[in-house]
Design a protein around this ligand. Structure first.
Ligand code: GAR
Length: 216
């Protein structure tokens, strides 16, 4: 990758172990010339916020609730306003504009009110999903794959990093990795193996996108 500096904004909702993988990759040089300049969470209790603070990364808490309270009978309107504000926080806030936005365990469905201004600004956005393309979209993907392994003899699941579009957990895959489903394995054990794959793949997905930007 060339010498220019790349800024990442990372969106999280929970534990933030994938955020931690990105923090570590920036520090080790696995993601060269890259720094995380902003972490945004839609949950106040997300442990990832503490991880960001420990790494001296500025954070923002942006929650849907106040938008729902404002529009109690119009969830679509609440989501659109929330998403438009999320784009504004990223594009017009006090933090450096990112070259790339990474959804790392971001459990919020984004709408065109967010995606359109981000695309217009020429900023790439990618998502981590713990399943292969076209499979187990939405929440609890690991549980559902595990169940399909136990009950329907599904032999493998996987992890993907993909471009974000308005459809949930869809969009072109940037990198994928299969994970074998083992007979008799507990859900906890499968989760642990999948998380380990995620931590490598999220770094690889970000690296590939940034490398692509460097060539432009
Ligand atoms: C990860 O397993 C990620 O794949 C999943 O949330 C978890 C976040 O973990 N994301 C999705 O299911 C998105 N559809 P983390 O907070 O420790 O990074």
């Amino acid at each position: 990758m060339p010498d220019r500096q790349y800024n990442l904004t990372v969106l999280i909702s929970g534990n933030g172990s994938n955020l931690q993988a990105l923090i570590d990759a920036c520090a080790s040089g696995a993601l060269p010339n890259t720094r995380i300049t902003h972490v945004i969470s839609n949950r106040i209790k997300a442990y990832g916020l503490e991880r960001a603070a420990k790494a001296s990364i500025p954070t923002t808490y942006h929650n849907l609730k106040s938008y729902k309270d404002k529009h109690p009978n119009a969830l679509d309107t609440a989501r659109e306003e929330y998403d438009a504000e999320l784009a504004k926080i990223i594009l017009e806030g006090q933090h450096p504009r990112p070259d790339l936005i990474v959804c790392a365990g971001w459990m919020h469905i984004v709408t065109p009110s967010f995606l359109s201004p981000i695309a217009a600004a020429g900023i790439k956005i990618i998502n981590l999903h713990p399943a292969l393309p076209g499979e187990f979209a939405g929440a609890h993907a690991i549980d559902r794959a595990w169940k399909a392994g136990q009950e329907e003899e599904l032999k493998r699941t996987g992890v993907m990093i993909h471009e974000v579009i308005a459809e949930v957990d869809a969009g072109d895959a940037i990198v994928t990795q299969e994970v074998e489903l083992r007979e008799g394995e507990s859900l906890d054990a499968l989760e642990e193996r999948i998380h380990a794959v995620e931590h490598g793949l999220i770094v690889e997905g970000a690296r590939r996108v940034l490398e692509g930007l460097g060539k432009k």
